[in-house]
Write a new protein. Structure first.
Length: 442
């Protein structure tokens, strides 16, 4: 590029930036116009810095790379959740909410300037390897994460299926860093898993909030409700890192007939939202218990807060993560994008849960099961007695079950035995059902 072209190039950059800011300031009456001169002065400083780099840096630099770097640093300075996305990163993020991707299956954020695991996604390599919510990732493949942006960390952890990535993790309960090597795999984005814990008590696990989450949940509820009246539902939002705000609203709406679900307030009034519930065609008056923990964040907290404030569900577990801000994906002209914090959301009672989280109605910590489950091993039962009579009805029922049904039943039984929070929720609903049938007399 000849000197005259360089000059024109930088003048065009300066002009485009000034035009953008002029439009921005004129479109936002709340900004004091007297401050625009200071902004222009700083843009001139930016242009001067780019010109100096282009002229004096030891190696030639790509102009777009310099501009992207400047934007990245600017956005990174705003808050841990805002970031500049390259064209590739922008496309990956859009794909993530719709289908699947290859990686290890963790949601990460920056907390206290450290790369932190919000939660592992159930059934993924990270989940199976024991990665936990709150783990601090201090190195990725031996490279310190201290100076990494969030998109850079995500890009480093993801990769082709079958390849490996090494994470160095610090955990509160350990004194030394842990080295965990994970083999990347296709991360399925099926967000709703369902089981029957008892004939009329359903269990629904939402792993994250994607474009089809509410529809999948509605289909399941309609199908099971058509078979008979439910006596209760356990809604598991533990280790759910969030997702789409619209889906959190729709999921909450499935259980509410009226009232506020969530409200958001931003600097720009276009980001203000006041979502209210609509009356459902099906009356869902059965008890709901929602399970939460420190890995429940963002959209999961919106659902928990909506059900709690509207007194539609009992919240059981431990305090949630506390991510109470809304990020908007804003596409840019070259295919890149901004993931920008544009609003803060509030529960129906006007609570902001930013950094404070949702406190459960019933505080109950998860107790890991012992390695060898010897429950009932020393109890003598009728079936253990020599020559005991067989239950022919039970055997007939067992013979009618398919292999898949037996496997699901086995999985459900193991979950109830090994998960004290699920077990407690189930007992609460069963007790609820018993007491509701009792008649009081004077």
């Amino acid at each position: 590029m000849r000197p005259t072209n360089k000059k024109i190039f930088f003048q065009l950059i300066l002009l485009s930036l000034m035009v953008s800011i002029f439009l921005f300031f004129n479109g936002n009456s709340r900004i004091v116009k007297a401050g625009t001169g200071e902004v222009y002065k700083n843009i001139e400083l930016l242009t001067e810095a780019i010109r100096k780099i282009e002229k004096s840096y030891v190696e030639p630099q790509d102009a777009q790379k310099l501009i992207h770097g400047a934007i990245k640093g600017m956005v990174q300075s705003l808050d841990p959740h805002s970031s500049f996305l390259s064209k590739e990163e922008h496309q990956d993020l859009l794909m993530e909410t719709k289908g699947s991707f290859s990686g290890v299956g963790i949601e990460i954020t920056v907390r206290d300037n450290l790369l932190t695991v919000v939660s592992p996604i159930e059934g993924t390599p990270a989940y199976k390897a024991g990665v936990q919510a709150g783990d601090r990732i201090i190195k990725i493949n031996g490279k310190p994460t201290a100076d990494m942006t969030l998109p850079e960390a995500v890009k480093s952890i993801r990769g082709e299926r079958g390849t490996k990535v090494n994470l160095t993790i610090m955990r509160e309960s350990t004194d030394k860093p842990m080295e965990i090597t994970l083999t990347r795999d296709l991360i399925p984005m099926k967000s709703v898993r369902t089981y029957l814990l008892a004939p009329e008590i359903a269990y629904v696990r939402i792993t994250n909030f994607q474009s089809k989450t509410a529809n999948d949940l509605a289909d399941y509820l309609q199908a099971i409700e058509a078979e008979g009246k439910l006596k209760g539902l356990i809604l598991d939002l533990r280790n759910n890192p969030g997702g789409l705000l619209s889906q959190a609203i729709e999921v909450s709406d499935l259980f509410l007939n009226s009232g506020v679900i969530v409200s958001t307030k931003g600097r720009d009034s276009s980001q203000d939202l006041h979502a209210t519930a609509h009356k459902e065609e099906v009356e869902r008056d059965y008890p709901v218990i929602a399970l939460v923990n420190g890995g429940s964040a963002s959209a999961a907290e919106i659902v928990a807060g909506a059900l709690q404030d509207n007194k539609r569900a009992i919240i059981l577990g431990t305090k949630t993560f506390g991510k109470g801000s809304v990020q908007t994906i804003i596409p840019l002209s070259d295919g890149s994008g901004l993931r920008l914090t544009t609003a803060v959301y509030y529960t129906p009672n006007g609570r902001s849960i930013q950094a404070s989280g949702i406190s459960p109605d019933i505080e109950l910590k998860f107790i890991p099961p012992p390695e060898a489950n010897k429950e009932d091993s020393d109890i003598l039962r009728e079936k253990d007695l020599k020559g005991h009579m067989e239950n022919q009805q039970e055997h007939a029922t067992e013979n009618e079950k398919t292999g898949e049904e037996r496997e699901i039943e086995k999985r459900v039984k193991a979950m109830i035995e090994r998960d004290n929070q699920v077990r407690s929720a189930l007992q609460l609903i069963q007790t609820w059902s018993i007491f509701s049938r009792m008649k009081t007399g004077l």
